[in-house]
Design a protein around this ligand. Structure first.
Ligand code: UTP
Length: 473
């Protein structure tokens, strides 16, 4: 009996187990399997298996010639004020010219938070319980109004959360944004494999596919046509941030300006590591290029090294905020252009089926997922610029249900940000951490950074009463 050509192709590649339950599968299951199988690049899987799974695979990361990456110090930490002013002016000019779009990667699975639904729909603000998406939408709206050019916003979703994400925006009328300027596109998927490189099934009629990592955003931007939309709209700079960080300055004039004035193709923000063992990637210089070395790949002794000034040498921590040129993304996304990002392997507990097709929930890692990381594009970028930002202004992610980087810590950091803004206009006395001592909330439409907050405050006469439970809008 002749077989479906895809089944033959998989069998020839040693991946025939994908169709192990074909003979007993329903029509629906068969159709689903074929669609998923057609999405898989078997040569890529074979290449990754050889490179990342086999015992001969090169272990460890290349640390040869590593040095700390140079970065622009924030004015609060000794950076040159005039240079930051010039950068801010250049960034504002780019925003006024409509050259900048916001870009959110929201395709992750959010397993650590354990929230049912796309992570961007998670309620995050202290009083109004606004979702992450609403916070970004309002910041983007306010920045568009401030610079006289409504911004385009690109949102990368996954197969799993695309429909729910679009529905959420529609239900909330795109949070007051022009719906034609909000663009959703799906990222790619990769199959999970067992430790021998055999593609795993998730069910009898479905392959264990998962999002291909935030680095998949570069090829997804190209494949989805998003880059063409940008070109048509005169957008040539992308302001990249992650969906789980409501403190982020979605479009930061100074950052955009450093990128533009530096002639950079990809720029990044860093924060000073809180302590040597903090689990963040490190901006490093290596053989004339800028690279990010993950905390797990940089030996502890190196992480602890101090310079003559007593500061950690490798203190530049990555917080996943970047500015990217559209043309650079386009170049990075060209297949075979010699600039492809490397895949990373992550050992995971991957729900699968046994030989009889019964579901198995493994208790320890049973296979590997392959992911691309966006910071791996940095070494390919011309003139990469790294600038320092302050955590308090830009970074408080919601990663875990409890403990560090949780809804609770993020709530506190939002309150501290409001507290600092209010303190600086003399509206209350915040404690030394910025905490206002009361619960309150500032709408991004009132203020989304120091400047916009101060401008709104100055316009209000009489000044709003600031008391427990107040919502400034
Ligand atoms: P994380 O690395 O925190 O992963 O993603 P995650 O999937 O959201 O959460 P866990 O690890 O399962 O708990 C950082 C950012 O990158 C996006 C996420 O949506 C988040 O904004 N991301 C991650 C993608 O867009 N696609 C991916 O494939 C992975």
């Amino acid at each position: 009996m002749s077989q479906h050509p895809l089944i033959e192709k998989f069998t020839r590649a040693g991946q025939g187990q994908v169709f192990a339950h074909w003979s007993t599968a329903t029509e629906h299951e068969r159709a689903g399997l074929l669609v998923e199988a057609a999405e898989i690049d078997l040569q890529e899987v074979e290449r990754l298996t050889r490179a990342l799974l086999r015992p001969s695979a090169a272990a460890g990361v290349d640390l040869d010639g590593l040095a700390p990456a140079p970065y622009e110090r924030h004015p609060a930490n000794g950076g040159e004020r005039a240079a930051w002013h010039a950068a801010k002016a250049a960034g504002e000019a780019a925003l006024r010219a409509g050259r900048v779009a916001a870009f959110t990667v929201a395709g992750g699975q959010g397993t650590r938070l354990g929230y049912d639904g796309p992570k961007g729909t998670f309620p995050v603000t202290p009083l109004r319980r606004k979702s992450l998406f609403q916070v970004f939408a309002e910041k983007i709206r306010a920045a568009g109004a401030r610079f006289g050019r409504p911004l385009h916003w690109f949102v990368m979703t996954s197969h799993a959360n695309h429909a729910a994400t679009e529905a959420f925006f529609a239900e909330h009328r795109w949070f007051g944004l022009d719906r034609h300027r909000v663009h959703f596109f799906r990222q790619g998927r990769m199959p999970a494999v067992d430790f021998e490189g055999r593609i795993l099934l998730e069910g009898r009629g479905s392959i264990a596919l998962s999002p291909d990592g935030h680095g998949g955003s570069l090829r997804a931007l190209a494949r989805s046509g998003a880059l063409d939309v940008m070109a048509g709209e005169g957008v040539d700079i992308l302001s990249y941030f992650q969906v789980d960080n409501p403190l982020v300055r979605c479009v930061d004039p100074a950052f955009i300006g450093w990128h533009v004035l530096g002639g950079s193709e990809m720029s990044s923000k860093m924060v000073t590591k809180a302590h040597a063992a903090e689990k963040v990637g490190h901006f490093c210089a290596q053989r004339g290029r800028t690279v990010v070395i993950e905390y797990s790949d940089l030996p502890a002794a190196v992480q602890q090294e101090k310079g003559p000034d007593g500061e950690l040498r490798y203190r530049a921590g990555s917080i996943a905020i970047h500015t990217l040129d559209r043309a650079f993304v386009s170049r990075m996304a060209e297949p075979g252009g010699g600039t492809s990002l490397p895949f990373h392997r992550a050992e995971k507990k991957i729900p699968t089926v046994d030989a009889a097709g019964n579901p198995v929930k493994p208790e320890r890692p049973n296979g590997v997922k392959f992911e691309l990381f966006v910071f791996d594009a940095l070494p390919f970028a011309r003139n990469p610029v790294v600038i320092e930002t302050l955590r308090a202004d830009d970074f408080s992610p919601v990663k875990n249900a409890e403990g560090a980087d949780s809804p609770e810590t993020c709530r506190r950091d939002q309150l501290r940000q409001y507290g600092r803004w209010l303190h600086s206009v003399g509206a209350l006395r915040a404690d030394e951490t910025g905490h206002p001592g009361i619960d309150l909330e500032v709408s991004p439409l009132f203020g989304y950074d120091d400047d916009s907050f101060a401008a709104s405050w100055a316009r209000r006469t009489p000044a709003p009463r600031v008391e427990h439970g107040v919502y400034l809008e």
